[in-house]
Design a protein around this ligand. Structure first.
Ligand code: URA
Length: 433
């Protein structure tokens, strides 16, 4: 078998066999197939697409390219969630302790931020002492004992995706439904959970810009999961606007704690209720109404926050920061961006706002960059709100004085003002299971 023939077959729009797909995945993972042939293959898939059978074969081959986590000791209780990536998205830190406090076994491997989107690993590492690198026995023991553990991706989980995702990132082949489906679902299958909830983001800050594309992606991921014996639910949520008010690592931990303590309502709270309820429906086979009642109850009676505190403490985090969030180091510069005119905020470009937070130090431009945990943005006004000239729109937090003027300019350019109140957009478009 030759990689050249496989690329040509896909380029010509023909269906590949499982054997050909495994030849590509195994050869690329081992280094026998070079980047230039893998790039050509991804571009051929980008333009020609894949049948459902090919997408399944690709996902399965990628999932088996490295270790497979065995969570069978937790029976049907294991639960995982995955977001397709957004700005201000701190839902994992909220949803996982909620469902753990209600009896699910929350076992999650999570990633770092890259580009405009943040990553849960970086957010958790902003809590001094938090150990993201438990070995697999420690990880399983902790899930067994307290019902929750969140760790960075283990060295040999889906090595095919690690290489392919980095390649797609630099060859303009990220936004392909079969390639995103196989990338996300291979990681979820290898991570072992029986119940998987996918937060499929839609809008300016997401890979999927329209509800139609997001629905297509979600349906593919749900059906592949089902085919592999997992319960998969996809929740399509709005990412036209950053989620919640805080963007940046320690700032997001503080906001997550406020939601878990029942002190913060709004879009972030609503999305977390929908995601946590979807997990409970799947784990315990209960109605959505009953699941929502339990989720809201866990926030209101303090058990969700207590589980969060137990989890962070067990994983080495200094819980004094949770009891007194003012202990988190503050950025040296806190700069208010003021409204340039009267009117309504008609639109916010979430991707551009994510990039402003990277400029302030909250994210990485390359994989090697260090993160400034105190940097980020607190939004004071969001889409649909009325502003008067001179009123604060947001506060920029940074230790880099030299970037403040540029960050302010780019923040203002990411907003559109108008005279009329815009019609509200849905926060949750649909749930597919
Ligand atoms: N997230 C992933 O893990 N993979 C993709 O391809 C896109 C988003």
């Amino acid at each position: 078998m030759r990689m050249y023939d496989i690329i040509m077959k896909k380029r010509n729009g023909e269906e590949l066999t499982g054997e050909e797909i495994r030849f590509f995945v195994d050869g690329y993972t081992s280094g026998e197939i070079p980047d230039y042939q893998a790039s050509a293959f991804c571009m051929a898939v980008f333009f020609q697409g894949m049948t459902d059978r090919e997408t399944y074969e690709l996902t399965d081959a990628m999932a088996h390219s490295g270790d497979m986590v065995d969570l069978s000791r937790f029976g049907d209780l294991s639960a995982d969630k995955h977001s397709t990536g957004g700005v201000g998205d701190k839902t994992s830190m909220i949803v996982m302790p909620i469902v753990a406090s209600l009896g699910a076994k929350a076992a999650k491997m999570t990633g770092r931020g890259l580009g405009h989107t943040g990553g849960t690993v970086d957010k958790l590492e902003s809590i001094p002492g938090y150990d993201i690198a438990l070995d697999s026995e420690e990880f399983l023991d902790q899930v067994e004992k307290i019902g929750i553990a969140l760790v960075g991706q283990s060295g040999n989980l889906t090595p095919a995706d690690k290489k392919l995702y980095a390649l797609r990132d630099v060859t303009a082949t990220v936004e392909s439904i079969p390639l995103i489906t196989s990338s996300i679902m291979s990681k979820k299958l290898a991570a072992g959970s029986k119940n998987i909830v996918l937060d499929v983001k839609v809008g300016s800050g997401a890979f999927m810009k329209t509800v139609e594309d997001a629905t297509d992606l979600a349906e593919h991921m749900v059906s592949i999961g089902k085919y592999c014996g997992r319960n998969v639910t996809a929740v399509l949520t709005n990412m036209d606007v950053p989620l919640g008010h805080n963007i940046g690592n320690a700032l997001e931990v503080k906001e997550a704690m406020a939601v878990l303590r029942g002190e913060s309502r709004g879009d972030l709270y609503e999305v977390c209720i929908a995601l946590a309820s979807s997990i409970l429906c799947s784990v315990f086979s209960i109605s959505r109404e009953e699941a929502e009642k339990r989720v809201i109850g866990a926030i209101d009676d303090g058990s969700a926050f207590a589980k969060f505190r137990e989890w962070i403490g067990t994983q080495g985090g200094d819980v004094r920061y949770l009891d007194d969030p003012s202990l988190f180091p503050e950025a040296a510069y806190q700069h208010e961006v003021l409204a340039p005119c009267d009117g309504y905020i008609e639109a916010m470009n979430a991707e551009q706002i994510g990039l402003v937070s990277v400029l302030l130090g909250a994210g990485r431009e390359t994989k090697e960059d260090a993160i400034d945990y105190s940097a980020g943005i607190i939004l004071k006004k969001k889409v649909g709100e009325k502003v008067t000239a001179g009123e604060p729109l947001c506060v920029l937090y940074t230790n880099r004085e030299s970037v403040i003027a540029e960050a302010e300019k780019r923040y203002l350019a990411a907003l559109r003002f108008g005279a009329e109140e815009p019609a509200p957009e849905p926060l949750i478009y649909k749930i597919i299971s």
